[in-house]
Structures are given as structure tokens and as C-alpha cells.
Design a protein around this ligand. Sequence first.
Ligand SMILES: Cc1ncc(COP(=O)(O)O)c(C=O)c1O
Length: 357
Amino acid sequence: MEKRVFGFSRSLEQTTSPVHPETLAHGLFPGGQLAELEARALALEPFIGHTPLHRLVSLSKPGVEVYAKLEWCQLSGSVKARAAFAMIRRAIRHNLFYVEPGAEPRRILDATSGNTGLALAAIGAQLGIPVTLCLPANASNKRKEMLRAFGAQVVLTSPLEGTDGAQEKAREMAVQHPERYVYLDQYNNPANCLAHEEGTALEILRVLEPTHFIAGLGTTGTFNGTARGLRAALPNVTLIALQPDAPMHGLEGWKHLETAVVPGIHDPSLAHQVREVGSRAALTMVRRLAKDEGLLLSPSAGANAAAAAQLAEELALEGQTARIVTIFADDASKYDEMFRELWPAEQPAEQATVPAV
Ligand SMILES: Cc1ncc(COP(=O)(O)O)c(C=O)c1O
């Protein structure tokens, strides 16, 4: 049997037909399992992407408008639905799941700190493909419970090694059992970036022409893909990548690239500038936007907002006219610890103090 573990060399193509020509070209299961899989994937398209581009009134300045893509408005509640869906569709087109007629499909395998796992698990459940995820043991309990609810198998790795350790474990499992797993490898899979180049960027351009795009780096798919798509249409757009300001940080989903394994899909030549954001500044912004905009954000979305607000102030001071676009990867619903820190429960004694009439 041919071993296809790292089989991602060709680019992702968009399709409007129910069964992609590449799928049919395999000829192994015309009209059978593979075509059925592709048709089921197609039915998911309305739930992936198509997110609102929202104007943040409280961060905008005279002449400088700030917008954010509200990426939790899609299946599984985060930006990672785009990358997960694109990687799975690419694997379907390369016929990586059904290696023998009538046999069970190979399992989706990847390393994740959370959101990609949730997206893969939700899409896998929809498509009837089992999912195995390697994630650091210190991922939140809620995250693990949600993954189990979707029926995903979870392999916990050392909390000290973060997502780098989870990646190493997934790679090891893929090499040991190529007959069992399709290793999607979000850190090295070009479909991760292409999902944003052909999706996120085009959705933004349909609404407005940004002068600046500013967003954080995790696997780097969101920044690199969106930046590339925007630059192709607007050669003068300014691209600003964001990083946590320290190796140990609270910006879940982001990577401190100086001290972590740099993803293979990262293109460091794309960004005109790289700026740092601290976890404290991110949480302060989360608290502010809850009150001022009615948006409950995750820490990484708060970090993007903090950096976009800072940029808006700088540009307004210079008297520039600008349209800044950033990304809110997910909302606060999975971050119980952040809630406890930002909005500790009221003291019962205070609640009970009602002025006597
Ligand atoms: C909450 C959150 N923010 C930001 C990112 C970064 O996105 P990307 O991996 O596309 O760089 C992720 C990625 O998992 C994430 O989960």
C-alpha cells in the first residue's frame, strides 16, 4: 500500500461543482464513498467563513476606522474552521481517507492548542471521519470536554513543551501508523494559508479596501494568507504581524516565534512590521470592549484589538486617513479562567447591602 502521510504539495483549488474533478480523477470510488464525502463537505460550505466585518466605533478615531472580522460566527466558533475545512477538503481531493474499498476511513490527526482541534472534531463528526488530536495536557478542561463531546480521541502531551511537543507526538504517530492516520499538519499545510488567501481576504475586499491589516501569529495561516490575498489586490496595503511580548504568555493560539518552532508555512518577508502585545494589555482591552461594544472576546482577539487601537491612535495623530482591519479569532465562551480574572464573582456581602428606606 502506498504510504501517504505528508501528501500536501499541490495547491487548494476552489470548486463550485459537487464533486471536484481531482476527486473523480482517482477513479477508485466514482460515485462511492469518496464522492459522498465530497458532497457532504460541500453541504458544510455555508457554515465556514462568511463572517461579519464589524466596525469598532469605540476604537475608531477621526479619519481612522477600525474593523474586525468576527470569526466566531462559523462552525465550531473560531477562525480555525476555515483552515480545518480547507485541509480536510484537500485531503479528500487527494483521496487520503479511503485507502481500501469498503474499509473504515483513516483518522484525521493533528496537533492543536484548541481551536483547530474543535474545528477538526466538529467537521469530522459532520463528515463521519474519526478524529485524533494531540494537545498539551494543560489545555483547559472545557476544551477537552468539548472535544470529547464531538467524539474526538484526545492524546495529551507534556504541558512544558506546549504545541511544539504536541506536534512532535502527532508526527511520531503518523510515521508509525500511516495506515491509520491522515496527518493534516496545520503548521506545514499550505491549505491553512490558502483558506485565508482565498476566503478571509476576499470577504474583506468585498466590503472595503483596507489601508492596514494587523493580526497575531499562531500557525501563521491567518496572517500570511489574509495578508497575501490583500496585497495581491492592494499593493500598497500595510501589513503588521503581532507576537506575544514574552515566551510565557496568556494569548492562547499565538506563538512566540523567537523561542518556538517556526511553522513551515510562515513567510517572514510578508509583514512590513512585527509588533509585540502583552497579555495584560490584551485583557484590559477585553474588559473595555465588553462594556463599550458589547463584544466578549478571547485574549488573542483582545490583543489584536489593543494593537489595532494603538495603530489607530498613531495614524490619527499623524493626521492620516486609514481603514484598519483585524481579526477576532474567537469569543470568550471557552475562557473560563479569563472570566474569573476579569469579572470575579460579586461578594455576597456587597450584594446584600441594600440602602434602608
Ligand atoms: C484563539 C486564537 N487566536 C489566534 C490564532 C492564530 O491563528 P493562526 O493559527 O492562523 O496563526 C489561533 C490559532 O489557533 C487561535 O486559536
